[in-house]
Design a binder for this molecule. Sequence first.
Ligand code: ZN
Ligand code: ZN
Length: 584
Amino acid sequence: MKRLLSLFTLIYCLNVVPSSAHTLFSGGRSSYHIVVAADASTTERYAAKELQNWLQQVGGVKLAVVDERKGIRGKRILVGFGNEVKKLVQTARPKADDQGFVYGNVGGDIYIYGGKEIGTLYGVYTFLENEMGCRWYTKDFSIAPRKKRYEFTKLYDKEEPAFQSRDLYYFDAFDADWTLRNKTCGRRNSKKTEFGKIQVPSEAFWSTHTFNKLCKPELYFKSHPEYFSQRNGKRTTDQLCLSNKNVLQICIKSIKEVMTQYPYFLIYSVTQNDNQNPCQCKECKKLVKKYGGESGAMIWFVNQVAAAVEKDFPNKYIGTFAYQYTRSAPQGIKPRQNVVIRLCSIECCFSHSIRNCRQNTAFLDDLKAWNRISPHLYIWDYVTTFQQYLLPFPNIKVLQSNLQTFRAHNAIGVMEEGSYDVPGGDFAELKAYLLAKLLWNPDVDADAIIDEFINAYYGKAAPQMKEYLALVNGLVTKDTHLKCMTTIYHGRSTYTDVFINRALAILTRAEKAAESSTVRDRVQLQKMVPAYMQCRVMTKEAVKAGNYKLIQTVASKNKIDRFAEGGSLKDPKAFYEMMNKVKK
Ligand SMILES: [Zn+2]
Ligand SMILES: [Zn+2]
């Protein structure tokens, strides 16, 4: 027995490959071909190219990409569900729009396939992540670890996304490559490749408040004021008169035109305008009474639109808001199968999870009520403070729990809205990456991802960055309820001078620990946060420490032109004025 054990140890130590193992590459050589299906889509041809590219970076060998009709036998990586894969796996072809994928091996052959539109490409990227250790942390920072050899005996992974739509609003998440590689949907964009244009998965929704787009006041108000909402006896263009039969027909016609013209969205908004003035006419009031509130009249209307488009657009949805005057769920009526309710968490506390804060009880009750009657929900969630991007926003511990809550309530999609219009903000790069992983699978090991990201991205400064993250997380007590419009002034009991000084001290040590100018730049992007706080509330100290200068330098290097959403708020302008004063 002892001898047998030592034999095993010897084999292990010598890294001797068991006879059943297959060698994909070794010492910069490989006998493998990448084989694409004869009817491969543009995306699948690109997937083969990406596989070739990243495998070359890892293994130092460029595998030839060939068509399956060439009849290569054995030692193949088959990309896309073609005839050769069909023979190997003997299963049905996945639907074109299936975002899921499978990869595995039969003997020495490796197969990777999913839906033609995007699933196969996701399969390739996941294979590269899982098996080769590739990572696409930010749009400018990827890893392809160099390997001398790669052997396998049994490969298998099958994945489906937790949410059909994974809308991620962070600056990096609008980069086409990053989005594709991390399997998220973002702003509508496409990628030019040598095989043709690839449509990056679009955000789920066509538009937001749409009543005025579907039934245009400039076309109809003069001739048909009765199409619009009656307020205090007068017709106004605030909302539509939902009980009017012509309004319904106009909206159906308009939304069908939109669905034909912009076919790449999943959900098409038939949604109230952004004000609180629903129609008060006699017929509308009857509907409101009959269906337990304004949301009842809305669902009655939206259901009819959804019924009218269902036949022509079988895989699409009509979406409407549960928002302000329609936020509570109706009674005696349910959204149809092809209706999506879009519930937004804007009033929530984000430093505690939705399930564990009394300030979130009302939202959770609405979520439950809508889930009881809705076939599908979509959540618009907020993951930063939009008033001041450069504030610590200690929500990293609740992201996973909240996404699990959304999944448990049948959300088909989630929008995670972060600091999307500029780089930087509280751990923005880390949060974008973590959220991408959680949107695909809310059960991944979030702590391990955070740890891995910080080690890779911050290099020798990683210990200090972890110390700083712990300090940020420590801002949350049971009484700290941070909202997505929090500012440093609202939260001075949280954002104290003591915190600012500690944070600056840690990040100054991190700057010193950084092994390269690249890593130091990343640290300084984060150091902008406490530096900004100091500039706002401890002006003299900020001048002395050179933190105005730091912000100007880092902002200009990263093309950061605002410190709050949209740049339309007063705060960034005032801040720039303040900085200029100091400069003079
Ligand atoms: Zn009305
Ligand atoms: Zn709270």
